[in-house]
Design a protein around this ligand. Structure first.
Ligand SMILES: N[C@@H](CCC(=O)N[C@@H](CS)C(=O)NCC(=O)O)C(=O)O
Length: 289
C-alpha cells in the first residue's frame, strides 16, 4: 500500500504513524493531522515517499516548537557566582533563543531551602517550570527541552555525534566529583592552584581529552565541541569557568575552546550577573586545595 495512504487509514493510525516517524510520543492528534495536510498542500508531487515523510517530520517538530514557545517557561536558578548546575540549562536555553522567566534564589541563606522547596521536591536548583509541569535536575531539564522544542539544535543532527554529545553530557553529570569538590565554581575569584592533586588532575585529563577529541573529530564547522553550540557545551561551560578561576594549564585546542565558551554572549551575561552578586558562600570561597 502507498505509504501516504497509510496516513489516512484513520485518525488514530495517522497519529501513530507520525509518532513513529518523529520518534517520540508527544505529537497530539490534531498536530499530526495538520502537519500531514500542510505537507500535502505544500508538495506538488507527493509520490516521493522519503521527501513526504521528511517534510512531515519537519512540520511536526517545527509546529510543536512554536506551540511550546508560546507557553510559559520559568527556570529557577541559584547564585550565578556559584551554581554551576543552574548555569547549564540556563545557557542552553539562552543559546537556543528560548524566552523564559528566571527566578534566582540565593542558596545557603536563612530561608533559601524552604524557598527552593516551593518549586523543587529535592530542594535543589535548577528547576524548570513549564505550564503545569515541574522538571528538576539539570540533565533531565535539558532532556525535557529537547523533546518539547525538537526543532531547535540542542544536539548534533547526525546519529554518531549526537550519541557522543549525549554521552559526554551524561558523563559530565555523573562524574568528575574530585574536580567539583576541589575546584568549585566561583566566578568572582582568581585563585591559581600551586599544586593539583592527582585525582583532580585525572578529571582534568579526562575532560581535556573529551574536548580535544570532539573538537578534532566533529568541530570543524564552528568553535564548539560539535561545531555549533549544543547541550554538551552548556554542560562543560562551568568547567571552563573553573579552569579560569584555578589557573588550570590548557593546550592550544582546549584553551581556544575555553575562549569560545567565554565569548558566548549569554555566558558573558551570566558572568556579569555573577560579578554583581554580593552573597558569599564560605565553603565555595575557600575550596580545599
Ligand atoms: N544533580 C543535580 C544537582 C543540583 C545541585 O546540587 N544544585 C545545587 C546548586 S549548584 C543546590 O541546589 N544546592 C543547594 C543545596 O544542596 O541545598 C542537577 O544536575 O541539577
Amino acid at each position: 500500500m502507498d505509504s501516504k495512504l497509510g496516513f489516512f487509514m484513520g485518525i488514530s493510525q495517522c497519529r501513530q504513524r507520525v509518532q513513529v516517524l518523529v520518534g517520540y510520543h508527544q505529537p497530539r492528534c490534531k498536530l499530526c493531522l495538520l502537519s500531514v495536510l500542510l505537507v500535502l498542500i505544500e508538495l506538488e508531487d507527493t509520490s516521493n515517499e522519503v521527501e513526504f515523510e521528511q517534510r512531515v517530520i519537519f512540520r511536526v517538530k517545527y509546529t510543536y516548537s512554536i506551540y511550546n514557545s508560546m507557553t510559559s517557561l520559568t527556570l529557577v536558578v541559584g547564585n550565578k557566582n556559584y551554581s554551576s548546575w543552574s548555569l547549564r540549562p540556563w545557557l542552553a536555553m539562552k543559546q537556543m533563543g528560548l524566552e523564559f522567566t528566571e527566578i534566582r534564589i540565593p542558596l545557603y541563606q536563612a530561608g533559601s531551602s524552604a524557598e527552593v522547596r516551593r518549586y523543587s521536591p529535592t530542594g535543589k536548583v535548577p528547576v524548570l517550570l513549564h505550564n503545569e509541569i515541574t522538571v528538576w535536575d539539570s540533565l533531565a531539564i535539558l532532556d525535557y527541552l529537547i523533546e518539547q522544542f525538537p526543532a531547535l539544535p540542542w544536539l548534533p543532527a547526525a546519529v554518531k555525534p549526537r550519541a557522543i554529545a549525549r554521552s559526554i553530557s551524561a558523563e559530565m553529570h555523573s562524574s568528575f566529583a574530585d574536580l567539583r569538590q576541589h575546584m568549585p565554581m566561583n566566578i568572582r575569584i582568581h585563585a591559581p592552584c600551586s599544586e593539583v592533586i592527582p585525582s583532580v588532575q585525572a578529571d582534568i585529563n579526562r575532560i581535556t581529552t573529551i574536548w580535544r577529541e570532539c573538537r578534532e573529530t566533529f568541530g570543524k564547522d564552528g568553535d564548539f565541541l560539535f561545531g555549533t553550540f549544543t547541550i554538551a557545551d552548556a554542560m562543560y561551560a562551568p568547567v571552563v569557568s573553573r579552569f579560569m578561576t584555578y589557573g588550570v594549564q590548557l593546550d592550544s585546542v582546549c584553551s581556544t575552546y575555553a575562549e569560545a565558551i567565554l565569548a558566548v554572549s549569554a555566558m558573558q551575561e551570566w558572568i556579569a550577573d555573577a560579578k554583581d552578586e554580593t552573597e558569599t558562600i564560605e565553603s565555595y570561597t575557600n575550596p580545599v586545595d
